[in-house]
Design a protein around this ligand. Structure first.
Ligand code: PLP
Length: 387
């Protein structure tokens, strides 16, 4: 089932044939040993990707449900959560936590910039924070958080480090075994979804809990959740032949295939490919006078929020690209109409982006804006192949 369009939004991302084929395999009983083996392997590969000796949970739902699972199993109503936000999706944790009666404080950055680490330290100095949320890549701005800086600050304060990897997992390192400057300074929870850099259609939530995060759940007798309570899922993740709630069988076929592709490419190679691709896309678009909202030092490998030059109408630009078979997304909140967002993650290829850079240039020219397509494509290849 070849894709008819280039889906270059910040997720879902293009799905390759092997994954479509897995998705279209015969639906079997969720207790059928042939399905159970596939589910088990998907979980095994997920544990390997996150390098965790805790537990991973893969279930029917979207990234938002994964956010909820991460929070309700670690922070009790009335306890304190610090939200570090680089944009729209960072802010989502504020509403989510408030819905469960959690006390929320925030450190927010200007959109396109990093938060000030001194501000995070000052907030945490007040004490009593059970956990801190960090959005690895905020899909609204294309800013990637600096884990080397933030993990030690949070862990020094004794809080759990919860990472939203929805727009980063499988494209940027999220290694839960990694020590950030001290044996105890590690990521405690990573949550994500199937539809971005893993390259599988939307429909699965994925959460990894470290032993410390599992202990946080254990310390709470009861939590305000049922579907999201990891205690209901633990027996299933340890033995996927058991039943708690019917797993999305075909999505799990697709997921296992997606994880096989991720691990066969190799994590290091995949991370390098994404870093090179993000930089190459931004460098090429800059040839057209299209600047990324985020400076290169904080820009994400997975997606970019690109500001329009004077005189380019957002809706007309995206419509013209869509007519050529290339789909990009509009910008959010105060950036709506002023920028567009282009995803460059998952199982995408160099050829796709040579075409994408060409189509953007041609569309700009149709809109009476000068664009040197050859120079932009040459710049793309130079940066992409040079890494
Ligand atoms: C960083 C981030 N977190 C959370 C979400 C929410 O995920 P979902 O839309 O799958 O519920 C998104 C969605 O784009 C996201 O980009």
């Amino acid at each position: 089932m070849p894709n008819k369009e280039m889906l270059l939004i910040p997720g879902p991302t293009p799905v390759v044939d092997e994954i479509y084929e897995a998705l279209a395999s015969e639906t079997r009983a969720h207790t059928d040993p042939r399905f159970v083996e596939i589910f088990k392997n998907g979980l095994k590969l997920t544990r390997e990707m996150f390098n965790t000796d805790g537990e991973v949970f893969v279930f029917g739902g979207s990234g938002t449900l994964a956010m909820e699972m991460a929070i309700v199993n670690t922070v009790a109503p009335g306890e304190k959560l610090l939200v570090i936000s680089h944009g729209y999706f960072g802010d989502r944790f504020i509403q989510l936590a408030k819905a469960f009666g959690i006390e929320v404080e925030t450190v927010q950055s200007e959109w396109g910039k990093h938060v000030d680490p001194a501000e995070v330290e000052a907030k945490l100095a007040a004490g009593g924070f059970k956990a801190v949320t960090v959005t690895h890549v905020d899909t609204s701005t294309g800013v990637m958080s600096n884990l080397e800086v933030l993990v030690p600050i949070v862990k020094k304060a004794g809080a759990l480090f919860i990472l939203d990897g929805v727009c980063a997992t499988a494209a940027v390192e999220e290694n839960m075994g990694k020590e950030y400057g001290h044996p105890d300074y590690k990521i405690d929870v990573v949550l994500t979804g199937s539809q971005k850099a893993i390259g599988v259609p939307p429909g699965l939530g994925i959460v990894a809990f470290s032993p410390k995060a599992l202990a946080a759940r254990e310390s709470m007798a009861k939590i305000p959740a049922y579907y999201c309570d990891i205690y209901n899922w633990l027996p299933i993740m340890q033995n996927p032949g058991k039943y708690y709630a019917t797993p999305p069988v075909n999505m799990l076929y697709a997921y296992e295939q997606g994880m096989k592709i991720v691990m066969a490419e190799g994590l290091e190679k995949r991370y390098q490919r994404h870093a090179a691709l993000g930089k190459a896309v931004r460098t090429a678009l800059a040839v057209y006078g299209m600047k990324a909202l985020a400076d290169e030092e904080v820009a994400a490998p997975t997606l970019s929020c690109i500001l329009y030059p004077e005189g380019i109408d957002d809706a007309a630009f995206r419509k013209a690209l869509a007519e050529k078979g290339m789909i990009v997304a509009g910008a959010l909140a105060s950036l709506a109409g002023k920028a567009f967002r282009i995803g460059h993650m998952g199982n995408v290829t160099e050829e796709m982006f040579i075409k994408a850079i060409t189509l953007v240039g041609e569309t700009l020219k149709e809109m009476n804006y000068q664009a040197d397509v050859e120079a932009a494509v040459a710049e793309f290849k130079k940066v992409y192949q040079g890494q």
